[in-house]
Design a binder for this molecule. Structure first.
Ligand code: KIV
Length: 268
């Protein structure tokens, strides 16, 4: 079976079918995600928090990301595979290209993702010109959580919202085809999705985006500590005797039939 491509995701967007994305960090969970029909696997640097026990993502290294991406890659059958570039791994064009190549060649990713725009746009352009497919990430940027003053909704003020739309457009202008929008008002996510020609994947961004992503451990209720408002424990909701695959299928169905995310998982 061939792998899902960005072109396939564009087709889903064109026919208004929501795209399903989940984080994956190892081979066993990846098999469950594949069985449940997840279309995109994201090896997120959230693994630093949910697997390694750090209180942010900044301790995650390139070696960690290559290791986890290769485990996911070994078990994936059909889904598009995106891997996060960790903190300080894309500070200049040469370093970013070398590290992105590792995630693709050694890790087996189809695409890499990094957080932010602005000064990073020339780096994004350099990667894409060198045949590295790149996914953007705007809104709440976990690698910059200190500078952002904590895990807070981003883009509530008009000037910040306008800037985010411009940032999304700047990424698209250099060839970015997918952007993750994290923790932003749903009206802003809708505006980016409608005004910018890009596939938007929301997490805490409401339902007017092209698709949804969640951290797998939040969906299964095994994230240590407090679960974010925008997530949902799908396994608990199903009740006794249900499997991980059942919970992931329930997420897939809820994203496809627009019952997730609800108002209670979104921000105004
Ligand atoms: O690292 C991660 O899991 C992510 C998602 C929250 C989008 O970037």
């Amino acid at each position: 079976m061939s792998f899902i491509t960005t072109k396939d995701l564009c087709e889903l967007k064109k026919r208004d079918e929501k795209i399903t994305v989940l984080t994956a960090y190892d081979a066993s969970f990846t098999r469950h995600l594949e069985q449940a029909g997840i279309e995109v696997l994201l090896v997120g640097d959230s693994l630093g928090m949910v697997m390694q026990g750090h209180d942010s993502t900044v301790a995650v290294t390139m070696d960690d990301m290559v290791y986890h991406t290769s485990m996911v890659s070994r078990a994936r059958e059909r889904a598009l595979l995106i891997a996060d570039m960790p903190y300080h791994s894309y500070q200049n064009k040469e370093q970013a290209l070398e590290n992105a190549k590792r995630l693709i060649k050694d890790g087996g990713a189809d695409m890499v993702k990094f957080e932010g725009a602005g000064d990073l746009v020339p780096i994004a352009e350099h990667l894409i010109k060198n045949d590295i497919p790149l996914c953007g990430h705007l809104g709440l940027l976990p690698q910059s959580v200190e500078e952002l003053g904590g895990y807070k909704v981003q883009g509530r003020e008009q000037s910040a919202a306008d800037k985010m739309v411009q940032d999304a457009q700047a990424l698209v202008d250099v060839g970015v085809e997918i952007i993750v929008l994290e923790c932003i008002p749903q009206a802003l996510a809708k505006r980016i999705t409608n005004e910018v020609n890009v596939i938007t994947i929301g997490i805490g961004a409401g339902k007017d985006v092209s698709g949804q992503v969640l951290v797998l451990y939040d969906l299964l209720g095994i994230t240590p500590g407090k679960r974010p408002k925008f997530s949902k424990d799908f396994l608990k909701e199903l009740g006794e005797g249900k499997t991980i695959t059942d919970a992931v299928k329930s997420y897939v169905n809820a994203v496809k039939d627009l019952s997730f995310p609800g108002e209670e998982h979104s921000f105004n």
